[in-house]
Ligand binder design. Structure first.
Ligand SMILES: *[C@@H]1O[C@H](CO)[C@@H](O)[C@H](O)[C@H]1NC(C)=O
Length: 149
């Protein structure tokens, strides 16, 4: 009995090691950021292009944001286990006419347990009335996304 359970544990450990060393971070699916934003990403094209939708938790834009379209591209779809990517979110807002654009750049990481995380930086450009206000038109931040499904 003891021998069997030991072998089982060993087998499980080997399977886990095998899975994690081979696992690849895949962008497609649903993600939640550390700020509570939700994002759906499509299946990637052969060239690494993707689209989807992004719903903010009303923090980045300061407005009530509807699901907004996103478009992006990932590097080296075939080879890379922890690929880099970039995407744009064109905001749709429920109250005011949408004027802002956010761009994200990031990398998709997988840990030893196969858990994925998207480490990103973003720039948000909001429209301002005049060149005089240009200095305050762009914000920068960090988001970490984990997979919902
Ligand atoms: C993502 O897709 C799910 C299921 O289709 C949907 O319920 C959800 O509203 C979508 N989220 C966004 C941000 O588009």
């Amino acid at each position: 009995m003891g021998k069997i359970s030991f072998s089982l544990i060993l087998a499980l450990a080997l399977v886990t090691i095998g899975a994690s060393s081979g696992s690849k971070c895949v962008l497609s699916g649903t993600w939640r950021s550390n700020w509570g934003c939700l994002m759906n990403v499509s299946v990637l094209s052969n060239g690494g292009e993707f689209s989807g939708s992004y719903q903010s938790a009303a923090m980045a834009t300061g407005d009530n944001a509807l699901p907004s379209p996103l478009h992006g591209v990932q590097q080296n779809v075939e080879q890379k286990q922890q690929p880099t990517f970039g995407f744009t979110v064109k905001w749709q807002l429920s109250e005011s006419p949408p004027t802002g654009i956010t761009v994200f750049v990031g990398q998709c990481f997988v840990d030893d347990q196969g858990k994925e995380a998207l480490q990103t930086k973003w720039l948000l450009r909001k429209e301002v009335r005049s060149l005089r206000d240009n200095w305050k038109a762009t914000r920068v931040g960090t988001n970490i996304f984990t997979r919902v499904k």
